[in-house]
Design a protein around this ligand. Structure first.
Ligand SMILES: [Zn+2]
Ligand SMILES: [Zn+2]
Ligand SMILES: [Zn+2]
Ligand SMILES: [Zn+2]
Ligand SMILES: [Zn+2]
Length: 154
C-alpha cells in the first residue's frame, strides 16, 4: 500500500491518486504533533493544541500545555530570599540576599545582635552553649574539662 506523502497514511492503491490530490489540497499535517486536519482548520488546531503563551518569568513563548512544566524548570523562575523569604526574580535576588543577609537581628536565645547570614550557625552554637551552661552549673566539676577543650578549639 503506498503512503500518502502529505498525511503519511497508507492509502489503498485504488484511491491513491484521488486521495493524494484531495489530501494535498485540503489536508495539512501538523509538524508539531503529526495530527492531520483540514487546511482551513489550521488556526483552530494551533489554538487548541499549540497555543503559545509567554512565560511570566523569562518571557519566552512556550506551548500552552507545556507552560506548567516550563515554569518548574525555567531558569528565571523567582525564588524566595534565603533570609526573609520574599519571592523575587533571580536577577534581583542575588543583590537582595547580599543586603538582606547582612542585616542584624537579635538572637532569641542570647539577645546578641547577629548578622542574619550567620544566624543558623549562631543559634546552633547558642543552643550548645546554653546546654553546656546548664550542664555546667549542675555538674560543673565533671564537665569542666570538656568545655575547656571545646572552647579552646574556637
Ligand atoms: Zn493523504
Ligand atoms: Zn498540532
Ligand atoms: Zn521561563
Ligand atoms: Zn531578603
Ligand atoms: Zn545567641
Amino acid at each position: 500500500m503506498p503512503t500518502c506523502p502529505n498525511c503519511q497514511k497508507d492509502i489503498p492503491d485504488e484511491v491513491f491518486v484521488l486521495h493524494e490530490a484531495h489530501c494535498s489540497r485540503f489536508i495539512e499535517v501538523c509538524k508539531q504533533c503529526d495530527q492531520s486536519f483540514p487546511k482551513n482548520k489550521k488556526k483552530e488546531h494551533d489554538d487548541k493544541h499549540h497555543k503559545k503563551v509567554k512565560c511570566p518569568y523569562c518571557a519566552k513563548l512556550v506551548d500552552d500545555i507545556e507552560l506548567a512544566l516550563h515554569k518548574t524548570i525555567c531558569e528565571a523562575k523567582p525564588k524566595p530570599c534565603l533570609y526573609c523569604g520574599a519571592i523575587m526574580e533571580l536577577s534581583l535576588l542575588l543583590d537582595h540576599e547580599d543586603h538582606c543577609g547582612s542585616r542584624t537581628e537579635s538572637c532569641d536565645i542570647c539577645g546578641k545582635n547577629v548578622v542574619i547570614k550567620d544566624m543558623p550557625e549562631h543559634i546552633q552554637n547558642c543552643i550548645e552553649e546554653q546546654e553546656y551552661n546548664e550542664n555546667g552549673s549542675l555538674k560543673r566539676k565533671k564537665n569542666n574539662h570538656t568545655i575547656a577543650k571545646k572552647r579552646g578549639k574556637k
